[in-house]
Design a protein around this ligand. Sequence first.
Ligand SMILES: [Cu+2]
Length: 154
Amino acid sequence: MHSSPLKTKRALYSWVFALGTAATLLLSGCASMMNPNPNQPPADKGVWFVEPQNGATVGQTFKVKFGVKGMAVEPAAAGQNTGKGHHHVLVNLMSKPAGEIIPFDAQHIHFGAGQTEAELKLAPGQYKLTMQFADGFHLSYGKDFAATIAVTVK
Ligand SMILES: [Cu+2]
């Protein structure tokens, strides 16, 4: 079947529109992405690994130091307070969407006492570690408060 030029034009317009929407979504996704420099404080708000450095080789017990800008650290026992929360390390996982609860298991490590540094113990291997800031109810603050590094544990 031969479609009329008008129909073709319409189809093209809707396709271009869809493409524009996709580009807009992509851009807005970029605007709220996790800290692109996981060892550097972000310009406005976010988290970063003071240590270890991205790509570092570490021992099976190693120190992690957390940085956060735009939020205050407090123990989870203080409850759910706007602009406050505690650090988490997600092992081989990316950031948790805002408002989603961070589970308690071996892949989700909570620093609910309000720690700003801690020792991690991991078996030898290659890992991606994602810092995730979340409120006193362990509800994630999302990508804006996440940073991911890769480490090799020897
Ligand atoms: Cu937590």
